[in-house]
Ligand binder design. Sequence first.
Ligand code: GLC
Length: 747
Amino acid sequence: MKFQIVAAAVAIGAAIGAAGSQPVYLDTTKPLEERVEDALGRMTTEEKAAIIHAQSKFSSAGVPRLGIPELWCTDGPHGIRPDVFWDEWDQAGCTNDSCTAFPALTCLAATWNPEMSALYGRSIGEEARYREKDVLLGPGVNIYRTPLNGRNFEYMGEDPYLASVMVVPYIKGVQSNGVATCVKHYALNNQEYRRHTTDVDLSDRALYEIYLPAFKAAVQDGGTWSIMGSYNLYQGRHVCQNPRLLKDILRDEWGFDGVVISDWGGVHDTDQVISGGLDLEFGSWTNGLSEGMKNAYDSYFMAYPYLKRISDGVVDTQELDRKAANVLRLIFRTAMNQAKPSGSMNSPEHVAAARRIAGEGIVLLKNSGNILPLDLDGKKKIAVIGENAIKMMTVGGGSSSLKARREVSPLDGIKARAGKDAEVVYARGYTGDPVAQQDGMKVQDISDSRDADALIAEAVAVARDADYVIYVGGLNKAPHQDCEDADREGLGLPYGQDRLISALADANKNLIVVNVSGNAVAMPWLDKAAAVVQAWFIGSEAGNAIADIVSGDVNPSGKLPFTFPARLEDSGAHAEGEYPGNKEQLAASKQWGDTIKEYYNEDIFVGYRWADKKKTTPLFPFGHGLSYTTFEYGKPTADKKAMTADDTITFSVNVKNTGDREGQEIVQLYIADKKSSLPRPVKELKGFKKVKLAPGEEQTVSITVDKSALSFFDDRQHAWVAEPGKFEAIIGASSRDIKGVVKFELK
Ligand code: GLC
């Protein structure tokens, strides 16, 4: 007995001793800032410099001597990128890194459902965690300023309020796994054309009202642990070394306590980056070293050149300590977070989430004669036409490209859903750019040497005697077709698709066009198509989600997160905005590396804000989306006629499902300021709610707002102001389908 008591006493003593000697930075019971300060105090200048720049393509160093782990980043916003070689872009050819490919973020935005965003973030965060990644390089929230931007498919549309609401649950979902989001590309990276050298300038009103809100929400509401500096310049300085954006706004105005990570190759100068507010440098091709040089990492702008300025006494270590502290905080939140769950990969739950989000984001644009949903169970002949019915869409598009564990093609999805009495036939119809490889890995080979005439003739023959024709086309993430580093060159569909679609419509009036894209496209054949479905790039479950909608298993409930302009000139960026850059400078430019200014002259009038100002008629307006049922709105009301600045006001409207099947409706609230001291849009989205209604069910939908919904950014005072006066609350089923208006006042 005596021995046991002694042994117990020794054990307790040791435990107390250990606890006492446990360094603060390792003691997870201590406050985060204490741990950061303690670790910083133990590090040498060289160790501090080592953790603020890359050591490989996607990792940065830890402090091995102190047991502080390195940080591992991974693309991308739609799924976890396969591992690449230490110092290459090429895939390492692992066999354990295929993933679930979730829908592109434009589809997520089109759900207008924050619950889908939470599901998405949690799911993709579990995959990042399982793959032992600490930082997910996404989501992207750059505003859709032009329908030609190659990366719009990675972002959340044209409206700052919609993007601000939809980005937050995604961030929280990812970070609940102990994985940081890295919200990108902060800021003003609204095109891919000359993305490293375009020098953006614009009014502070446009900056604060249009281009910053989603990033501000990501920081203040989402609590993102990191943010990615963009490639472009702003007011003459590369964003990754731009104190106005990275310090004045991000830190001083918003209180950001995370890490600013450069885009890969976004840093260009040691002196500017030391004082510019960046914390972690990735992807630099420095001092003329070409990418892939083994010793490149020591030559990074924040590596030896920085250490040399310190040892020469040119700069002190104050900025170094600030950067290293931010990176340590990120390491403690992620790599050293012992409370994080273990994650999961390619689970049935993730596959189901991908399918559900896709089904909620697909937008039914047109459905004349209610031709949709199709009876896929009956004795029908279904002709599926188009390359996008068989082409892998999870590959390509740039850094968001994935190695999906599986991808159900639209053709396979429709075949799987069709009943045993149905006959599904296929014809190619057209051929696009072959995507032979991605990151050094071979992809599907769907080469077809036949010419357009032969392909169209075959497709028309197949379509002629079918009961229904489902055309699956659009863009395909090849360069210039919704792809990083290459904007589109026009609004029209590529590869002669317009001619094909028109020929199919002439052959069979029961034509359903499924457009796979992340951008608006021109539709000269629209009047001849019975139905049009905007199906986005929707990942692993693409075919099943499209079949769910076409068959009616899922009632479409998505709405457009951006305007489909009838013409490019109906977009402010093209009519007034200098896209893709100052004409004179572009004409005079002799080399790709020339800096080209671009002033956003259209200012705050982006998307529907421009359409309302110019009274143009879009092909399809922002917020548009049909359902297989119908909804009736009552007269909207307000709980008061006048509100004060510290008050709220609630708008209510009855919505009834007047059809014969359950459906979801997105009720939109726009606010119109009837008189303001500065120009304002006709109306602006300031609230929305998605409600599910059974047939015949009626619900009162209420949306409460405060003065922030009435405010505009007054760049004369550098402040948000809500000016007393008359306002209108506009309730719509889209930005053009207005159901009612309530007048009210701000006292
Ligand atoms: C790319 C992209 C960025 C990506 C990074 C790493 O150039 O701009 O979104 O996360 O580099 O691949």
